[in-house]
Design a protein. Structure first.
Length: 121
């Protein structure tokens, strides 16, 4: 199975991760993940984002730790729409990388990453 990547400014499928400018080890912070940040992704029964998962990979490790999953069930079938955007409240023990994976029902899995640096104590 291939997980695709690209520049989110030119590809509507890439999940974009937003975090605060300053993060401290062990302290909770908000992570927002959105698909279609620069170029809107369709949200129709025929073409939509089904879910977004969020992982954390600690610095000097290759093993991702699962943080959460958001599923999107309304794609306009009855006039209801769930936008492919999710917020997670997390805390991490130190620096590393947040990895978001999104599933498009037509174009498969897409990945976005965001490095986390720690603020001074």
């Amino acid at each position: 199975m291939e997980i695709r990547t690209a520049d989110w400014k030119s590809e509507k499928h890439v999940p974009v991760i937003h975090i605060p400018d300053e993060i401290r080890a062990g302290e909770p912070f908000a992570v927002t993940v959105a698909v279609g940040e620069e170029i809107p992704h369709p949200n129709t029964p025929e073409h939509h984002i089904a879910w977004i998962e969020l992982y954390f990979v600690p610095k000097n490790s290759k093993i991702p730790c699962f943080l959460g999953r958001a599923e999107f069930g309304a794609h306009g079938e009855t006039g209801l729409v769930t936008a492919p955007r999710a917020m997670f409240q997390v805390s991490v023990p130190g620096p590393g990388t947040l990895v978001a994976v999104a599933l498009c029902n037509i174009h498969g899995l897409w990945e976005g990453k965001k490095e986390i640096e720690m603020g001074s104590e």
